[in-house]
Design a protein around this ligand. Structure first.
Ligand code: ADP
Length: 311
């Protein structure tokens, strides 16, 4: 299947945004054909002429053709790498520039709601609240984009500190409780009081836990059940979250940690989401020396787990 896709040059060119003759598969085919041609030509020439000079000249010609094509391929790769770097820099600059005005919108709307709401009507308060919610959502997206850029450039710096996992889970759950209640869901945290210390970056692990819990809330219909547990296993703290939500179709499970991936069964009803949360979570956990894994069945539910080294 992959080979057939690779040979669809038109589709590949569209996906990569380049002309057909610049696609990797086209260049690969040309290299293959040149090699076949070069070998046949060398064979024919060396059979017809006994003089070594002629053979040397013929081989020199063939080598220079192969060298020129190789050079063309390298140029294309350089161009793609440069464009990729430029794209990452653009996303990084744009995200940084967006953060300040977004923070200002959030502060101002919070100030209005907390201190100045006396002179405002209910309708006005509701509008300000909506602006605040949307600005918060946009801040999260901008932060995700910044994290992804850092991960792709290998510039994501994680602190190495002692993280009290039970405390971190409790803090995140407390913040997300209104969402859980709004969907009339039941959330259980097992071993909430157990002391399990992991070595990682506290803020980033909070983000990982928040992403996983938010997913379980988002992808479980109302009156669902979420169960979180912490345990220790062979030098690792293991976090698990189980839900009885919509699950992930079997055929799409291998793509779940890819950037911007969202499964077909959820895009219809859950429009909020970027497909970046799991990619970021996996990168953070793996950079901390742990791993992420999951089991899921469509219409039954999912269990997401991650481990971190014990400290
Ligand atoms: P987002 O939630 O923003 O779409 P994520 O990277 O967090 O992005 O998740 C990627 C995709 O994985 C989701 O769009 C969804 O299809 C699937 N997914 C993740 N967690 C769950 C879950 N608990 N239940 C069902 N599907 C999930």
């Amino acid at each position: 299947m992959k080979i057939i896709n690779d040979l669809n040059l038109k589709k590949q060119a569209e996906n990569l945004g380049v002309s057909i003759w610049k696609t990797p598969s086209f260049l690969f085919i040309i290299v293959g054909l040149t090699n076949i041609f070069a070998m046949t030509a060398t064979f024919i020439v060396s059979r017809q002429y006994n003089e070594p000079e002629v053979i040397v000249v013929a081989e020199g010609l063939v080598v220079s053709i192969i060298f020129s094509i190789g050079n063309l391929i390298i140029q294309q790769i350089e161009e793609v790498t440069k464009l990729n770097k430029l794209k990452s820099e653009f996303v990084s600059v744009a995200s940084h520039q967006l953060r300040t005005p977004l923070a200002a919108i959030r502060w101002e709307t919070e100030l209005l709601l907390s201190k100045l709401d006396k002179g405002l009507s209910d309708k006005q308060c509701k509008s300000i609240n909506t602006i605040n919610i949307l600005a918060t959502r946009m801040t999260r997206l901008v932060n995700d984009l910044l994290d992804v850029t850092k991960i792709d450039q290998g510039k994501l710096i994680l602190r190495k500190e002692r993280v009290d996992m039970a405390e971190t889970v409790s803090e995140v759950v407390d913040v997300l409780l209104p969402l859980v209640r709004a969907k009339k869901m039941n959330i259980i945290v097992k071993k909430r009081n157990k002391i399990l210390m992991a070595l990682s970056d506290q803020e980033k692990i909070k983000l990982v836990i928040e992403n996983l819990i938010t997913n379980s809330i988002k992808y479980t219909k109302t009156r669902g059940k979420i169960e979180i547990s912490l345990s220790k296993n062979s030098g690792f703290v293991v976090f698990s979250i189980r839900d009885n939500g919509v699950g992930i179709p079997n055929s799409q499970q291998k793509e779940i940690f890819s950037k911007f991936f969202r499964s077909d069964n959820i895009v219809k009803y859950q429009t909020e989401g970027t497909g970046l949360g799991l990619y970021i979570a996996k990168s953070i956990v793996e950079q901390s020396g742990g791993r992420v894994w999951f089991q899921s069945r469509e219409d039954v539910g999912s269990v997401f787990n991650f481990s971190l080294p014990v400290v």
